[in-house]
Each structure stands twice: as C-alpha cells, then as structure tokens.
Ligand binder design. Structure first.
Ligand SMILES: NC(=O)c1ccc[n+]([C@@H]2O[C@H](COP(=O)([O-])OP(=O)(O)OC[C@H]3O[C@@H](n4cnc5c(N)ncnc54)[C@H](O)[C@@H]3O)[C@@H](O)[C@H]2O)c1
Length: 286
C-alpha cells in the first residue's frame, strides 16, 4: 500500500511502546489512526498528545480478548472515519520464568491476549478491510521469540510462534483479497512490556513466585541490568519500520538483524534432523 495518506489504521495496544510508535509514524505520513488499548490512563495521555498536533485520531478503550468490545470498536472506527484500511494486531503481554513455574492463569492470560487477541482482530476487521475495494494491510506483532525458542519465555514463545504461523498462512490467503500482510518480529525494544503485569486481570493471578519478565525479583533486576536491554531499540524506530513495510509490502519485519545467526542455527539443526530421518527411512526401505 504505497499511498497511505488519508488511509485509516486501527492499532491494538496503541497507547504504549511499539503500538504508540506506529500511531505516531502513520500519523506523520498523513494517516488517520484509531488507538485502541486496555489502559485508560495511557489512552488519555495519548489523546492529549495527538490533539496537540491536530492529528486525525480516535482513542478507544478496548480489551482485545473481548469479542463484543472489538466489534464495537470496529463500528466506532467506521462511524468516525467511514473506512478502515490497516489493522495492527499489536497488543501483547509477557510472563517470564521456567515452564515448571507456570500456572493455568499464566497460560490463559498470555494466550488470550497474544493469540485470541490477534484472532479477534482478524475476524472483526477483515471484512471491513476488504469491503471498500481500496486494498488493505494487516500487521501482526509477533517477536523474534516467534522464530527462536527463548528459555524462560515458554508461554510467550508459544504464542509468538502461533502468530508467525497464522501470519504466514494469512499472507497466501489474502493475496486474492488485495490485503497485504506483515509480521513484526522484534528483538528487545525499550517499551513497557517488561511491566506487563500491570494489565493482568485480577481473576487470573500468577504463581506467587513469579514477578515480571525475569520470573523472580532477582532475575527482573538482572534483566534490567542486561546490556542487551539497555541497548534496546527505540520504539519510534520500529514504528517507522512498520510504516515502511506497509508501503513496500514487506512480509517479515526483522528489526534486529543480529538474531539472524540464531535463526540459521535452528534451520541447520532441522536440516540435519531431516537428513537423519531420510537415512532412517532409506535403511528400512520406507
Ligand atoms: N518490547 C519488546 O522487546 C518486544 C519484543 C518483541 C515483541 N514485542 C511485542 O510487541 C507488542 C507491543 O508490546 P510493547 O513492547 O510495545 O509493550 P507495551 O507494554 O509498551 O505495549 C503493549 C500495549 O498493549 C496493551 N494491552 C495489554 N493487554 C491488552 C488487552 N487485553 N487489550 C488491549 N490492549 C492491551 C498495553 O496496555 C500496552 O499499551 C507485544 O505484542 C509484544 O509481545 C515486544
């Protein structure tokens, strides 16, 4: 979608971090933005920021796990701007710690936001992206953890592999509908994700031994001191990358090329396993 000026984007998790950065980049490019988020106080601040720059925008309090709320948000978007062209399924949360320490609430919370939230976005908005015939684009936020399994992030990694798989399938399915697809796969970005617990529903408490992303208070402190985190990318850089991907119809958005070697290692390991199973079948004439 080369010509984005005047087009309408709906962004979930838009009041913080990379979602907010996308809203800023899109707005600078002349797009109208709908910023949806679960956190009212963050939405209020964002509304002030966008009103001050006269950007055409709408802020909506929406929980992506709530299908009725998503439907109402889509209706509000159409009522305000008439059409919607770009959907960014970006809202996400993370919980850290060993798989041995996860409870069902950890699984339910993270899978509902990170997988069901994307599903709800696709189901709710896809018909609206195609009905005007002007073309559209969907950006799903996964992670580098959607390509490389990261120890201590089992639940999160499972959800992000799911988002990559869904996105790869969607790309093929939606070509005929003139809807492009991108999957955003960042490494560390300086956002509030490491404080995801602020949005955990009260009825889904985590294991008492778990704190934030690090799993324990001590690990959280270590994470905060980790040089890879202090070198985390500025979310505004990612916002511009997402805009570029929409304009160039670029599928994978790999913000951190330094992870390519780890992805190669995974491919190599699978390649070696394919070869061993080939030998297994040959030895047994299967
Ligand atoms: N920051 C990183 O290093 C990093 C790396 C890879 C992927 N990601 C992914 O990027 C996306 C954006 O996260 P971020 O890093 O900007 O973090 P962030 O916490 O700054 O932003 C996430 C936003 O999602 C919102 N949100 C949480 N639960 C919600 C719900 N149920 N409904 C609606 N909104 C909800 C939060 O209020 C917040 O505004 C997430 O999907 C995350 O998994 C982040």
């Amino acid at each position: 979608m080369r010509d984005v000026a005047g087009k309408v984007a709906f962004i979930t998790g838009g009041a913080s971090g990379m979602g907010l950065a996308m809203a800023r980049s899109f707005s600078r490019a002349g797009m109208k933005v709908v910023i949806a988020d679960i956190e009212q106080s963050a939405l209020d601040q964002v509304a002030e920021e966008f009103a001050a720059s006269n950007a055409e925008h709408l802020t909506l309090k929406v929980d992506v796990t709530d299908r009725d709320a998503m439907e109402q948000a889509a209706a509000a978007t159409i009522e305000r701007f008439g059409k919607v062209h770009v959907l960014c399924n970006n809202a996400g949360v993370a919980v850290g710690g060993s798989i041995a320490d996860m409870n069902y609430n950890d699984w339910d919370w993270v899978t509902r936001v990170n997988i069901d939230g994307v599903v709800n976005g696709v189901q709710t908005f896809l018909p609206r992206l195609t009905e005007h015939g002007e073309g559209g684009h969907v950006v799903n936020t996964a992670s580098i953890a959607g390509h490389i399994a990261i120890p201590g992030l089992s639940v999160y990694t499972a959800t992000k592999f799911a988002v990559v798989g869904l996105s790869e399938t969607m790309r093929g399915d939606l070509t005929a509908h003139n809807v492009g697809v991108s999957v955003l796969c960042p490494g560390f970005v300086a956002t509030n994700i490491f404080n995801s617990e602020r949005n955990r529903p009260e009825d889904l408490p985590g294991s008492s031994t778990l704190q934030g992303m690090g799993g324990t208070e001590q690990q959280d402190e270590e994470l905060a001191l980790d040089p890879s985190l202090s070198n985390a990318l500025d979310p505004d850089v990612v916002g511009d990358m997402v805009l570029h991907a929409i304009q160039e119809d670029e599928f994978y958005i790999f913000t951190h090329p330094e992870f390519s070697a780890a992805a190669d290692l995974r491919s190599q390991e699978m390649g070696d396993a394919y070869a061993r199973w080939q030998t297994y079948r040959e030895e047994r004439s299967i």
